[in-house]
Design a protein around this ligand. Structure first.
Ligand code: PEP
Length: 255
């Protein structure tokens, strides 16, 4: 059966890789997915490697994502990078609200909204991350937490903005832990997200791409992608090897 939405897989390389290493990995990924037609693919290098990787991947099938952005366009904000600078480096996407930003750097829901809006304003497509902690899941608060994150992140986005977002459901307890959500757990939250966004923009719901992230590997992607509302993956650790990321893209998009 044909998929309802074109699958999308994005690698998040986090704080890894020199420029040379990032170029080598990007080139291997590009070569590995070159023959695939029915899937969108992106890689997310560190800021220092963005421009070089984007140049290497120019006009090819693999897009580039930044891992974060600031919301202001310019000014006295030492250390920050604006969405326009990220677009200028050749990126198509930017990840916002990753749980590592939220947990390690105190990023609040309101900041995620500012970042998503600024990214859209600069012509970038934001990949907006939401997900509960283990304590929240154990307390039965998964849906409530995801709803709060989603509503805050999407506040004041126009219908045209909503058309350009990607959502990533990333249960915090599954990121980098080797412990992925079961397909049924992922499906439950993905369905909720689609319904919630659909309440804002009904026509969009069937087209909205919702990625799963959290210990995605070649051996679990097929089962996850078999779920109706799972449209791809945001892949951390397993995207640092071209061989495993390309397998995830191939097996996930064929599932
Ligand atoms: C991530 O970085 O968004 C992620 C899901 O990491 P991992 O695949 O390593 O769990």
């Amino acid at each position: 059966m044909a998929r309802a939405r074109r699958p999308f897989f994005c690698g998040n390389w986090k704080l890894h890789g020199s420029i040379a290493e990032s170029l080598a990995l990007a080139t291997e990924v590009r070569n590995g997915v070159a023959a695939l037609r029915e899937v969108d693919v992106a890689v997310g290098p560190s800021f220092t490697a963005l421009a070089a990787v984007a140049k290497r991947l120019e006009d090819g099938p693999v897009a580039v994502a930044a891992q974060d952005c600031f919301w202001e366009g310019k000014g006295a904000f030492t250390g920050e990078v604006s969405p326009a600078q990220i677009a200028d480096a050749g990126c198509k996407y930017v990840i916002v609200g990753h749980s590592e930003r939220r947990q390690l750097f105190g990023e609040l829901d309101a900041a995620v909204n500012l970042k998503a809006r600024a990214a859209l304003g600069a012509g970038l497509l934001p990949i907006i991350c939401v997900g509960e902690t283990l304590a929240e899941r154990d307390a039965g608060e998964t849906i409530g937490r995801v709803q709060a994150q989603l509503d805050a992140a999407l506040a004041d986005l126009s219908d045209a903005d909503l058309e350009r977002i990607v959502i990533a459901y990333e249960p915090v307890w599954a990121i980098g832990t080797g412990r992925n959500a079961t397909p049924a757990q992922a499906q439950e939250v993905h369905r909720f997200i689609r319904t919630r966004v659909g309440a804002r923009a009904p026509g969009l719901a069937p087209r909205l791409r919702i990625l799963y992230g959290g210990s995605v590997k070649p051996d679990n992607i097929q089962a996850l992608m078999a779920e109706e509302d799972v449209d791809g993956g945001l892949v951390g650790g397993a995207s640092l090897s071209a061989e495993s990321f390309v397998r995830i893209v191939k097996e996930g998009s064929a599932a």
